[in-house]
Design a protein around this ligand. Structure first.
Ligand SMILES: Cc1cc2nc3c(=O)[nH]c(=O)nc-3n(C[C@H](O)[C@H](O)[C@H](O)COP(=O)(O)OP(=O)(O)OC[C@H]3O[C@@H](n4cnc5c(N)ncnc54)[C@H](O)[C@@H]3O)c2cc1C
Length: 380
């Protein structure tokens, strides 16, 4: 029989994450937005509760949490602060290509310490001249004896200033397109690595986004992931596990926006009655609920598919596309329900609306998700 409910373990995980998010994260969300300060204290608490770096395999001491459980945590944490949740999830985005590579030496050296300590990592793929078009990256890695020498510039790298190591995608054979791309782990302290200034972003302001430059950065060949030419597959394969979690973030943020809108609509009066009694307002709330429930089901489907060993690219893209677009609509409608107060920083919904926008852009824009689904259906 198809199951649409959580088992006891999943319920406990979700409730624990939601409780933490409501009590410790949401009360700090406004301050995090205003100060744009990296939420290290909250990340440490998340780590203490076992909810950070939960993908790390059991073989090296981690929880080895499945994608489904990870989505439950992501939804709950994003209900507190989407920017904080993005900082937490960036670790997973960096770790999953490493996990997929099955390079056990690298697992021990870089993933195992993340279980004991609240360490951060970054996924370095995007460049100033190449975002959606990953095959257009220019960073190179040249083999010199038993080392690789990396040169290039990465852009929009989440957690860059706090990362202990980077997953870096570089070209080992620039003439071979995506087949000439290779993935590496680069320790952040390696000579030649320069971290840029913090970007002044529209939303999710406590999350740290920077450029990273690699200038003749020498790394031992043992930090190569898989073999030369495997990089594109590893970097894109990670999205099958991380896009469902990003879509879950959208569900959490949307849920928060709907809760704020309902509370406000029930206490704001116009024309002698509370605005929630107007059908126009109740329709907006009903459509929010419709999209949240539908997005959550897509997230769960995408999670179950990959956890049961089936290729889930189709569902991961559908979930991210639907949930991100819904989140933008829902947060915009929440601002509408607040009227003029919604447009003001005194109330939380303008922050939620700014926080929502990036979901249509990172980890593959909403157009790129449509491209992927279209290709899978039409064989283009
Ligand atoms: C806050 C933030 C955090 C980020 N974190 C990371 C990170 O940790 N690591 C990392 O590697 N990257 C990260 N990124 C980069 C992000 O993934 C890219 O910005 C994203 O993939 C889009 O690339 P681009 O910005 O170069 O836009 P472009 O690829 O230049 O796209 C511009 C517009 O054209 C559209 N477009 C492009 N090609 C097509 C097409 N074929 N058909 C239809 N429309 C198309 C896009 O959808 C978009 O609307 C982050 C970005 C931001 C803003």
């Amino acid at each position: 029989m198809a199951m649409f409910d959580l088992n006891e373990t999943q319920k406990q995980l979700y409730e624990m994450a939601k409780d933490f998010s409501n009590k410790e994260v949401w009360p700090k969300a406004k301050e995090l937005d205003e100060t744009a300060k990296f939420p290290m204290d909250l990340l440490k608490k998340t780590h203490e509760l076992g909810m950070l770096n939960a993908f790390v395999p059991e073989e090296v001491g981690g929880l080895g949490l499945e994608t489904f459980g990870h989505c439950l945590i992501s939804e709950a944490l994003a209900m507190g602060s989407a920017g904080f949740c993005t900082a937490a999830l960036a670790n997973d985005l960096a770790s999953v290509p490493v996990i997929l590579s099955e390079n056990k030496l690298v697992w021990k050296e870089f993933l195992a310490p993340m279980v004991d300590e609240c360490l951060m990592a970054s996924y370095c793929v995007t460049e100033p001249g190449a975002g959606s078009d990953v095959a257009g990256i220019k960073t190179t890695a040249k083999k010199v004896k038993d080392k690789y020498v990396i040169n290039g510039s990465k852009m929009w790298i989440t957690n860059a200033n706090y990362a202990n190591w980077f997953f870096v995608l570089a070209k080992t054979d620039p003439a071979a397109g995506h087949k000439g791309m290779t993935g590496f782990v680069v320790p952040a302290k390696t000579p030649g690595v320069t971290i840029g200034r913090k970007e002044d972003n529209m939303g999710q302001r406590c999350s740290d986004t920077r450029g990273v430059t690699f200038d003749n950065v020498e790394i031992p060949e043992k930090y190569l992931l898989g073999k030369e030419g495997d990089g594109f597959k590893l970097a894109m394969g990670a999205f099958d596990r991380t896009r469902p979690a990003v879509a879950a973030q959208c569900v959490g943020l949307s849920q928060r926006a709907m809760m704020c809108a309902i509370d406000y609509a029930k206490q704001r009066s116009a024309f002698g009655k509370v605005i929630s009694e107007n059908q126009g307002i109740s329709f907006m709330i009903a459509e929010m609920a419709r999209d949240i429930e539908a997005a959550r089901l897509l997230v769960w489907k995408a999670g179950v598919e990959v956890d049961e060993g089936r290729k889930n690219t189709y569902f991961a893209s559908l979930a991210k596309m639907f949930a991100a677009d819904a989140c933008m609509r829902i947060t915009t409608d929440a601002v509408q329900i607040f009227g003029g107060y919604g447009y003001n920083k005194e109330y939380p919904v303008e922050m939620l609306m700014r926080d929502a926008k990036i979901f249509q852009i990172f980890e593959g824009t909403s157009q790129i998700q449509r491209l992927i689904v279209g290709r899978l259906l039409l064989g283009n």
